[in-house]
Design a protein around this ligand. Structure first.
Ligand code: 6MZ
Length: 353
C-alpha cells in the first residue's frame, strides 16, 4: 500500500504539472524575495545611504492581521518607486507564475501609483507594467486590471477609470478592466457610480467584496452593480456571516468567486482553513477559482494553494483538474479565446495524470 508520503508526493507532482489560470494577483503583493533583493541592490546603487526596514519587514513577514499586510505593502511601494523597478517586478512575477506554477493565463492587477520624488506618474507606472507584459517571452497570456484603492478619492478613482478605458483601446485589450481593493474596512459605496460607468463602457469588474465581516450593506450595494467576479467574498454565504439576500445576489447570477485561502487565514479574516466558505460554495456548484492574492507577502504560490485545497477539502485529482479547467469560464476574455485555452489544457491532460 502506498504510504501517506508517497500519496502526497504524487499529488504534488500532479498539481505542479496541472496547467492553471491565476485571476487574483496584486502585482506588488506578488514580488518574490529574490526580486526584493535585486531591487534593494539597485536602490542602494542609486542612493548608498538608503536604508529601509523593507529588507527585514518583508523578508520576515508572516503577517497576522490585515493591518500587518498593509504595512508590508507600504514598504514594497517604497521600493518600487520608479519605472525600471516596476518593469523588473512585472517581468519577474510573470516568469515565476509561468515557470513555477505552470500558469497559462494570468490577470494581474495593480494600483496606478505616482512617486513625485522619482518623477514616476500613475500613467508612466502603468505603461512600464504594460511594456514588461508585452516583452514577456513566457508561454502565458497576461492581462491587466487597474485597481481602485478604497482609501483613495472619487476623483482619483475616476482618473483610473479614464486611464483603463483609454489604455484598453490603445493596447487592444491588454488592459481589461478594474479591480476594487485596498483596506477592506474602508467604505467603498462612494465608488459605485464609477464602477457602473466602467461597466457601461465595457470594462470588466473584479471587486473585493466581504473580505471582512459586517459589511452587509456595502456588499449588497457592490453586488448590485453587478461585478463580473468577486474577490474573497469570505462573508457572503449565510453559514459564514452572510445572509440569504447576499447568497441570492451572488449565486443567482453565479458571479465567480476568487478564493484566496492562505491570504484569508494568514491575514486572520478566517480563523482556520476548515472554516473557509470555499467548501460551502463548492457544495452548491458555485464557480470558484483558487488564487494567490499576494504570493510574495503571504509566502505562497498557486501550486501551494491547490495543494492546500486538495488536502483540506479532500479533492481528488479529477476534481482538481476540473477546478483548474473550469476557472477558464471566469476569465475576462472572449468565448473563442476560452475555447482555445481549454483545448490547450485538454491537450496537456494525459501528461498530468
Ligand atoms: C485588499 C489588497 C489585498 O496594487 O501596488 N491589496 N487589498 N485586500 C487584500 N488582501 C490581503 N492585497 C493586496 O499591490 C498592492 C496593493 O494591492 C491591494 C492593496 O491596495 C495593496 O496596496 P499593487 O500592485
Amino acid at each position: 500500500m502506498a504510504s501517506l508520503h508517497d500519496e502526497e508526493s504524487r499529488q504534488r507532482r500532479f498539481i505542479e504539472k496541472l496547467p492553471k489560470v491565476e485571476l487574483h494577483a496584486h502585482l506588488n503583493g506578488s514580488i518574490s524575495q529574490q526580486t526584493i533583493q535585486r531591487l534593494i541592490v539597485l536602490r542602494r546603487q542609486r542612493d548608498p545611504s538608503w536604508n529601509s526596514s523593507c529588507e527585514n519587514a518583508t523578508l520576515e513577514s508572516r503577517s497576522k492581521t490585515l493591518a500587518d499586510c498593509f504595512a508590508v505593502f507600504s514598504l514594497l511601494h517604497d521600493l518600487v518607486d520608479n519605472e525600471e523597478a516596476a518593469s523588473i517586478v512585472t517581468n519577474d512575477v510573470i516568469r515565476e507564475f509561468a515557470q513555477d506554477d505552470n500558469v497559462k493565463y494570468i490577470e494581474l492587477r495593480t494600483t496606478p501609483r505616482a512617486m513625485p520624488a522619482t518623477g514616476m506618474t500613475k500613467e508612466s507606472y502603468v505603461r512600464a507594467v504594460l511594456s514588461a507584459m508585452r516583452k514577456s517571452e513566457e508561454d502565458i497570456t497576461v492581462r491587466l486590471l487597474l485597481a481602485i484603492d478604497r482609501r483613495t478619492s472619487i476623483e482619483d478613482a475616476a482618473d483610473t477609470l479614464e486611464m483603463a478605458d483609454r489604455l484598453r483601446k490603445e493596447t487592444n485589450g491588454l488592459v481589461i478592466g478594474l479591480d476594487l481593493s485596498g483596506d477592506p474596512t474602508k467604505p467603498a459605496e462612494k465608488f459605485i457610480p464609477i464602477l457602473k460607468e466602467a461597466k457601461k463602457r465595457g470594462l470588466k469588474l473584479a471587486l473585493h467584496i466581504a473580505e471582512v465581516n459586517n459589511m452587509t450593506d456595502e456588499s449588497r450595494a457592490l453586488l448590485s452593480v453587478p461585478p463580473d467576479r468577486i474577490g474573497h467574498g469570505v462573508f457572503l454565504h449565510p453559514d459564514h456571516g452572510g445572509n440569504a439576500q447576499l447568497l441570492r445576489l451572488t449565486h443567482g447570477p453565479k458571479i465567480p468567486i476568487e478564493i484566496c485561502l492562505t491570504s484569508n487565514v494568514t491575514s486572520g479574516t478566517v480563523k482556520v482553513i476548515q472554516d473557509h466558505c470555499f467548501s460551502q460554495w463548492r457544495l452548491i456548484g458555485h464557480p470558484c477559482i483558487l488564487c494567490t492574492d499576494d504570493k510574495g507577502v503571504f509566502s505562497t504560490s498557486l501550486n501551494e494553494e491547490y495543494i492546500l485545497a486538495a488536502k483540506e477539502f479532500h479533492l481528488s485529482f479529477e476534481e482538481l483538474w476540473d477546478l483548474s479547467l473550469q476557472s477558464i469560464d471566469s476569465i475576462f476574455e472572449s468565448k473563442e479565446f476560452k475555447t482555445e485555452l481549454k483545448a490547450k489544457f485538454l491537450s496537456a491532460k494525459e501528461r498530468c495524470f
